[in-house]
Design a protein around this ligand. Structure first.
Ligand code: SF4
Length: 95
């Protein structure tokens, strides 16, 4: 099944309960917020989403998942699309 790239990790909980590779999603701080919170249209919205991510017990896994899956939209692992592109670029340069 193709993942819904516009869903937050918490939205995907029902889909991943039996998938150990993505089981972390059900523990995200975002599980109690509307998905739109993580697809902001401006910097204020990005900051709001980041504050929810702050202290999330699965932040590292969330960010790596978004990087590995090349998810282009939304805030994942406290990083915006632009920040994730920068991380990927730095990793390519470092290789
Ligand atoms: S880091 Fe943010 S987007 Fe990722 S699971 Fe945690 S709260 Fe959700």
């Amino acid at each position: 099944m193709k993942p819904n790239l516009h869903a937050t990790p918490a939205d995907l909980t029902a889909l991943v309960e039996n998938d150990t590779a993505t089981a972390w999603m059900s523990r995200g701080n975002c599980r109690n917020y509307p998905p739109a919170t993580f697809f902001p249209s401006d910097g204020v919205g990005v900051d709001r989403a980041r504050k929810i991510c702050d202290g999330c017990p699965v932040l590292g896994q969330c960010l790596e998942y978004a990087l590995e899956q090349r998810i282009e939209h939304g805030v994942w692992g406290a990083c915006s699309e632009r920040e994730r592109r920068r991380i990927l670029k730095r990793r390519r340069v470092a290789v």
